[in-house]
Design a protein around this ligand. Structure first.
Ligand code: T68
Length: 832
């Protein structure tokens, strides 16, 4: 009994002086000033917005830590099964507003800083984004840990503490220029360094085996390079609950022995070099979205993070003194994509090599522990590590993979005798030169459930890339969990006015915990007063975005125009090129109009934003074209307010919070079958914008929920894509005539040197892999409908309200409940 071990006198002192929750704003102010004067060593005379942000966040962080401690104690005493979400990316964005909201101290803080001469909005702006992710996959992980806490599940996130998150993007002469993201410069109040939690991780070296006294063959791995993992804990507060879970991020440090010898021998330079080498492991996030590049340092990052996390999880399990076979009753581990798949091998290694568990028993434990989420069917995104590289870095893991593969193939052979081709197709080892380790296959074989992230995508993985595994395991191993988003950040924080208006009809803010309650606003879809308030809020949000554009892009936009937004990573499959070609078509049409015809045009502001991977030439060319078109169109007096084109630089989570609530239309126009789900589509609709999209990813389920009258769909279906591509490969398919005119304008130099766009244009005139030409007319037709419908303000607003009312399904709380129920088998725990 832990409590009894503390003498009662000590306990009384602890109780008397233990840190309490804020009773009111004066208690906040007292803590705020204490942090300014002591933590920051500043004073009333030099407390600027940055210092005020830091002091306020320290005060808020202290409250989070109380709840965090309580939660961890409760989870330890309850001793139930926990879930661990392993993700190389957590795209958290800013923490302060979310922390205040979830700790229920937003009003206190706001009033507290106001008395001291600060505006809370200005302080929030001081916080750099925690941008430890590329895009959808990383943001999904952030929404998921918010929901795991908000729905009271005992769950931790495990990731890497990158010193540099996703690069900052500037636009210079129309081109993307990258610079490092120095997000830790002013220290990070939202993390708790755990210098005492250090875990050694080994790379390289060699393996050896011997027979021990019991006649058992024992494998050892030794002689390699050692680095140390140090834990940094980030409290993750739930909304409307005391539960505050943990996100543990690992940083790499040199081990003590590592540099000690050289240092002692006076070889300071190489000792420093060695220690810097250790630190590079967690130094920087790889900036590729939906693309695999087989760099050794990336594999090092993966193993470093996986080894530290598993060691930590196992240490916690061992404290309960249970037998190993109960491990899957206590631990569920979700693999966010194949990036943490080494965990499968590492757990098998620990059980067999270190703990002496028999292979088959160990393998049962492993497969019952893991679940694998797939996020893409794009072949260029699937991880395949060259065997020589793998073997050199992780020699024992390579041996274990060979054994896993051998046992798996034996099992397949028994089930399907004589199907040699099948064996080659499903082997973890691809027989190329060099051979490659197919990480997705390893993840499937090592998990008890595999899921896709939207219905269509989950069907596609079963019928295309993982087809053979459905034959082998049967269909039950494969399932769908449609993605979701947290309504706390993506409605209440990003769009407080809309959240307040909804609350006035729902009767409370309970919809932030049970998003299906949004249904209650549907009866007001045609209520004139409600409509007016709805429209006024959209206008306010558009003005807020217009002010941002004025500040950063330097020009004015008309907030009565239709705001048409496409913000996401730049990728050919996401087809920003089709959008900008459509804009050029619109521009050419307006130029050809009489003044009378122009009066009928629906004014539009086309807003783009998104980063390109630094080495992705085609994506960078698309950015350049958008900026070139923007320059020409915005300066053209013939066009005036009828068309404006904006590229918002450095799209990130905090910019998304401003951009998304301001859209009338947002575009989600990937080639059918290529976007696994999309999650910003959900965010836009939740904020009252309508979608212009293809029949792809979660667009399909959004259509089902909001009704097909409340979305603009176009384009070929996924089922026709293969045939269309085939046609392009074997014959010359004529170019869409409108697209031809667009290309003529580009080639005639309307947007500057046409040579810049050669490859972009010929990718469409050639094989047109993404079917831009095939979908172009259908896209223009849908755009025309958007223009017409936007003129009818009454129907537009009722459609917007109806759509929002039916978005309940897309809460990440629902997604997490589904994972908990059908994959993790974990139960919530109330923390009072
Ligand atoms: C996205 N994937 C999907 N990947 O593209 C999107 N890739 O459809 C889906 O909604 C989202 O995941 C959540 O399920 C990504 O964002 C990456 O960012 C990525 C990162 C590293 C390597 C490969």
């Amino acid at each position: 009994n832990i409590e009894a071990s503390i003498p009662s006198e000590s306990r009384q002192v602890w109780q008397k002086f233990g840190v309490k929750e804020f009773g009111g704003k004066d208690e906040f102010q007292q803590e705020f000033i204490r942090h300014v004067e002591t933590t920051l060593a500043r004073s009333i005379y030099n407390c600027d917005d940055l210092a005020a942000y830091q002091a306020a966040s320290q005060a808020i962080r202290d409250r989070l830590i109380i709840a965090w401690n309580k939660t961890q104690q409760k989870h330890t005493t309850k001793d139930q099964k926990r879930v661990y979400y392993l993700s190389l990316e957590f795209l958290m964005g800013r923490a302060m507003d979310n922390a205040m909201l979830n700790a229920g101290i937003k009003d206190i803080t706001k009033a507290g800083v106001a008395d001291l001469g600060f505006k809370i909005e200005d302080l929030l702006e001081q916080e750099p984004d925690a941008a430890l992710g590329n895009g959808g996959l990383g943001r999904l992980a952030a929404c998921f840990i918010d929901s795991i806490a908000s729905t009271n599940y005992p769950g931790w996130g495990y990731g890497l503490r990158y010193q540099y998150g996703i690069f900052k993007q500037r636009i210079v002469d129309g081109y993307q220029v990258e610079s490092p993201d120095y997000w830790l410069t002013f220290s990070n109040p939202w993390e708790i360094p755990r210098y005492e939690i250090q875990i050694d991780v080994m790379f390289y070296g060699y393996t050896r085996k011997y027979t021990n006294d019991d006649g058992k063959v024992v494998h050892v791995w030794e002689g390699g390079e050692q680095v140390q993992a140090v834990a940094y804990d980030v409290p993750v507060p739930g909304y409307g609950t005391e539960t505050t879970n943990n996100l543990r991020l690992w940083a790499s440090k040199p081990t003590r022995e590592f540099d000690f010898e050289k240092f002692n021998a006076g070889d300071y330079e190489s000792s420093v070099r060695e220690s810097q080498k250790a630190e590079t492991i967690s130094a920087v996030l790889y900036p590729n979205d939906n693309f695999y590049s087989g760099k050794e340092l990336r594999l090092k990052q993966q193993y470093f993070w996986v080894a530290a996390s598993l060691n930590d999880i196992i240490r916690r399990f061992k404290k309960t003194h249970r037998p190993w076979k109960e491990f899957p009753d206590q631990v569920a581990i979700q693999l966010n994509d194949t990036h943490p798949t080494l965990a499968v091998v590492e757990l098998q290694r620990i059980l067999v090599d270190m703990e002496g568990v028999e292979w088959d028993d160990a393998w049962k434990i492993v497969t019952n522990t893991f679940g694998y989420t797939n996020h893409t069917v794009l072949p260029e995104a699937l991880e395949k590590w060259p065997v020589p590289l793998f073997q050199n870095l992780l020699p024992r893991h390579m041996e274990i993979i060979y054994d896993i593969n051998l046992f798996f193939l034996q099992q397949v052979e028994k089930l399907f005798p004589k199907e040699r081709e099948l064996l080659a197709r499903v082997s973890i080892i691809e027989e190329s030169s060099p051979q490659q380790v197919r990480m997705a296959y390893l993840a499937i074989i090592g998990s008890h459930k595999v899921n896709g992230v939207a219905e269509l995508h989950s069907e596609l993985i079963k019928t295309t890339i993982f087809k053979d595994f459905v034959t082998i395991y049967g269909p039950d191993k494969f399932m769908n969990v449609t993605n979701g988003i947290t309504p706390r950040r993506w409605l209440h924080q990003a769009n407080p006015k809309l959240s307040d208006l909804i609350a006035s009809k729902v009767g409370s803010y309970d919809f932030l915990k049970d998003l299906n309650l949004l249904k209650k606003i549907e009866p007001f879809a045609h209520d004139p007063k409600f409509q007016d308030e709805w429209v006024a809020i959209k206008k306010f949000n558009k003005a807020r975005l217009a002010a941002h554009i004025k500040q950063y892009n330097g020009f004015d936009i008309n907030i009565d125009a239709l705001f048409d937004v496409q913000v996401k990573r730049i990728h050919e499959y996401k087809r920003q090129q089709m959008n900008i070609f459509g804009v050029i078509h619109r521009y050419l049409s307006i130029k050809a109009m009489t003044e009378k015809e122009k009066k009928e045009v629906t004014p539009r502001v086309c807003i783009f934003g998104g980063k390109s991977a630094p080495g992705y030439y085609m994506a960078k060319t698309i950015i350049k074209l958008i900026n070139a078109v923007s320059e020409v169109v915005n300066a053209d007096a013939d066009v005036g307010d009828l068309l404006k084109v904006v590229f918002i630089a450095d799209y990130n989570v905090s910019k998304a919070e401003i951009i998304i609530p301001a859209s009338d239309i947002s575009q989600h126009i990937s080639t059918a079958g290529t976007e696994a789900s999309g999650t910003s589509n959900m965010k836009f609709v939740l904020n009252g914008g309508l979608i212009l999209g293809t029949v792809d990813g979660a667009n399909i389920e959004i259509t089902r929920e909001v009704g097909e009258n409340n979305i603009f769909l176009f384009g070929h279906l996924a089922e026709s894509v293969e045939d269309l591509r085939h046609k392009h490969r074997f014959s010359k398919v004529p170019l869409d005539p409108n697209l031809e005119k667009v290309f003529e304008a580009i080639e005639s130099g309307t947007f500057g040197d046409p040579n810049i766009y050669n490859s972009l244009v010929s990718s469409v005139t050639g094989s047109d892999y993404y079917l831009v030409s095939d979908d172009f007319q259908s896209y223009l037709d849908a755009q025309k409908l958007v223009d017409q419908d936007f003129k009818n303000k009454d129907t537009w607003v009722s459609r917007s309200i109806t759509a929002v009312a039916n978005m309940g399904f897309f809460s990440s709380d629902r997604a997490i409940d589904e994972y908990a129920e059908s994959i993790w088998n974990v139960e919530p725990i109330a923390v009072e």
